[in-house]
Ligand binder design. Structure first.
Ligand code: SAH
Length: 220
């Protein structure tokens, strides 16, 4: 009983500091999309970190997860989600499921999310966790995300959470016309976040900011 009470109080405290994180670190840095801000409030980031990191879940830093990978920084998750300009009806491809945190945010924002993870242990844990949290609009695949998910393409939007040496052509191919791809790419001076839009006239590419992601592995 006492533990249950303490647990409830702690959950309320975590929701409170999550709200503060969104106001002070995400809105304050320029993220405006109200649906993205609401999704960031909805998803319990502390559910996706290791137990020893729960108290640090609402600091604006990436944190270690299993297998030497990291859960992305909340501001970057919000920024990348906003760049996709989702309105709710979209089918989205995600590459690099990792902890599943960004996947959950996307699942709040779009109709359906297909997520691909190279590491089978991470893919397994993320699937179990997102299932327990009640998400029913996420499909999981273990494999090389640079190849996308051709059987389920085309996509309205795609988001990559590991840094690629170059933009994988398959991901562009699997976008619908008008579709948007957000991806960290190795540049001359380090990684840069790019927003690529597929138009009838070809590809438009915009560099957004410098970022630091784990490298994309096993890509061709
Ligand atoms: N968005 C995740 C970030 C995970 S880190 C989160 O917030 O938790 C990046 C992930 O990309 C790692 O889990 C890593 O295993 C995965 N990854 C690396 N190369 C990949 C590839 N070629 N295909 C799919 N996933 C890959």
């Amino acid at each position: 009983m006492f533990q249950e009470m303490l647990g409830k109080k702690y959950e309320a405290y975590l929701a409170f500091i999550r709200k503060a994180m969104i106001k002070d670190q995400i809105e304050a840095r320029g993220v405006k999309d109200q649906r993205v801000l609401a999704a960031m409030q909805q998803v319990c980031r502390h559910c996706f970190v290791t137990e020893d990191m729960v108290s640090r879940a609402y600091e604006d830093y990436p944190l270690p997860i299993h297998s030497g990978q990291t859960i992305s920084q909340p501001y970057i998750v919000a920024l990348m989600s906003e760049l996709l300009a989702l309105t709710g009806g979209e089918r989205v491809l995600e590459v690099g499921t990792g902890s599943g945190y960004q996947t959950a945010v996307l699942a709040e924002l779009a109709a359906e999310v297909d997520t691909v993870e190279l590491n089978p242990a991470l893919a397994h844990d993320a699937k179990e966790k997102l299932g327990k949290l009640g998400y029913k609009n996420i499909n999981f695949r273990t494999g090389d995300g640079a190849l996308g998910w051709p059987e389920r393409a085309p996509y309205d939007a795609a988001l990559v959470t590991c840094a690629a040496a170059e933009v994988p052509p398959e991901l562009v191919k699997q976008l619908k016309s008008g579709g948007r791809l957000v991806i960290p790419v190795e540049g001359i001076a380090g990684q840069e976040l790019r927003l690529i839009t597929k138009t009838a006239a070809g590809l438009e590419s915009r560099t957004i900011c410098a970022v630091r992601f784990v490298p994309m592995m096993g890509a061709k």
